[in-house]
Write a protein that binds this ligand. Structure first.
Ligand SMILES: NC(=O)c1ccc[n+]([C@@H]2O[C@H](COP(=O)([O-])OP(=O)(O)OC[C@H]3O[C@@H](n4cnc5c(N)ncnc54)[C@H](OP(=O)(O)O)[C@@H]3O)[C@@H](O)[C@H]2O)c1
Length: 239
């Protein structure tokens, strides 16, 4: 049985196998956190875990929309030490190319909302007692599509708008926990490529270059609210 250092602070990072979630996971591990990370594709999660090569990473394959998987994530985190951070990063774009709202299939919209709104809130609810006890932090990954009416982005964008409002209300209801809606900006990832099928997205930022902005939130712990990585990076001068 693997022995974890249960004096380290513990984070749950959903969608830890690639993209921004993997980059955040790597940074937290380097800083001495224990990270409980998930993803649906077992092989990709296992290969990322091998590459990150840390005994402080607990990789649990599963789908955040599955209640028993969410219980397993929170259970593993609480067993590993003081749960201080939940990063709701896993997200669903919807069909690629994205349909206009006039033609958006209800089943696809439901799947987007399940992953991007209902699952993050359910995970927050499950983790909240521990996060409250440990004066923890919740980070919900949002997007400029939550506030800009880009044609074609109505499904994903409205899900992120709902997540923004959930974040804001949670912050008002639970002052003991910091709640951040964090907009990373465009990043060169699988999701971004799916959003722009066939386009060259190689000029977009690497996810790793956005991580310092998130770490800045954790280090400085400003008031709960919505933060854009670009603003945090300018303020800190460390992007
Ligand atoms: N990339 C951008 O330009 C951009 C811009 C603004 C905001 N964001 C936000 O940033 C976050 C990270 O995006 P990304 O671009 O890094 O995405 P990504 O490269 O597609 O990675 C998504 C991660 O989430 C996992 N995942 C997806 N659905 C899941 C589910 N139902 N249960 C568990 N894990 C799941 C994926 O693994 P599996 O597929 O194996 O499950 C993967 O590990 C998202 O919240 C996204 O909305 C991204």
């Amino acid at each position: 049985m693997t022995q974890y250092d249960n004096t380290s602070p513990v984070a749950i990072v959903t969608g830890a196998s690639r993209g921004f979630g993997r980059a955040v996971t790597a940074a937290l591990l380097t800083r001495g956190w224990t990270v409980v990370g998930d993803a649906r594709r077992v092989h990709e999660l296992e290969s990322s875990a091998r590459a990150l090569n840390s005994t402080q990473l607990i990789a649990l394959p599963g789908d955040v929309t599955d209640a028993s998987h969410r219980s397993a994530l929170v259970g593993a985190a609480i067993e590993a030490g003081p749960l201080r951070l939940l990063v709701n990063n896993a997200s669903r774009l919807g069909p690629s190319p994205q349909p206009t709202l006039a033609a958006y299939p209800a089943s696809d919209l439901s799947a987007v909302y399940n992953t991007n709104i209902f699952a993050p809130l359910a995970l927050i609810q499950a983790a909240l007692p521990a996060l409250t006890a440990n004066a923890g932090v919740i980070v919900n990954l949002t997007s400029d599509a939550a506030v800009e009416p880009y044609p074609g982005w109505g499904g994903y964008g409205s899900s992120k708008a709902a997540l923004d409002q959930l974040s804001a209300v949670l912050a008002a209801e639970i002052p003991a926990v910091a709640v951040y809606a964090f907009d990373p900006g465009d990043m060169r990832t699988e999701m971004h490529q799916a959003a722009f099928p066939g386009e060259d997205v190689s000029d977009r930022a690497e996810p790793e270059s956005v991580v310092p902005a998130l770490l800045r939130l954790l280090d400085t712990r400003p008031a709960s609210g919505r933060y854009r990585a670009a603003d945090l990076a300018v303020a800190g001068g460390r992007r």
